[in-house]
Write a protein of this length. Structure first.
Length: 131
């Protein structure tokens, strides 16, 4: 697969996740999956300005980087545990709705990083957000 930026080198940096998009001209939004593929050179150059390569550029206040490991997988749920969780977080494991993660994360033992807030973790779990 070629880098989607330069279209010359082989992509070695692969990004996937969910983003909030507006529906039409209303204030209504929905979550939509995304995937991007860059070569190492382009990824390094884009890291300075592209929130996909440096998500903390646009992360909401209170967001944290968590490294997670998949501990159990079922058709409905993907259970994860934080690796070295922040000391001030009440939980270190979660059960996410499987359809709210890209399918390739449904692999026992897989490790991945996420930038999340407490509210985003609740959404991934399928719990109602507090208003």
């Amino acid at each position: 697969m070629l880098c989607e930026n330069c279209r010359k080198d082989v992509a070695s940096v692969h990004l996937s996740g969910w983003q909030t998009v507006r529906i039409g001209s209303t204030d209504e939004t929905r979550e939509q999956p995304f995937e991007h593929h860059f070569c190492a050179t382009c990824a390094e150059e884009l890291r300075q300005s592209n929130p996909l390569l440096n998500p903390l550029l646009q992360a909401p206040q209170g967001a944290r980087v968590l490294k997670l490991r998949v501990t159990n997988v079922s058709p409905e749920r993907i259970e994860v545990r934080a690796i070295n969780p922040p000391a001030d977080w009440a939980k270190d494991q979660w059960s996410f709705l499987a359809y709210r993660l890209p399918p390739r994360y449904a692999v026992l033992g897989m490790e991945f990083d996420v930038i999340v807030t407490e509210e985003r973790l609740k959404w991934l779990e399928g719990r109602e957000l507090e208003k």
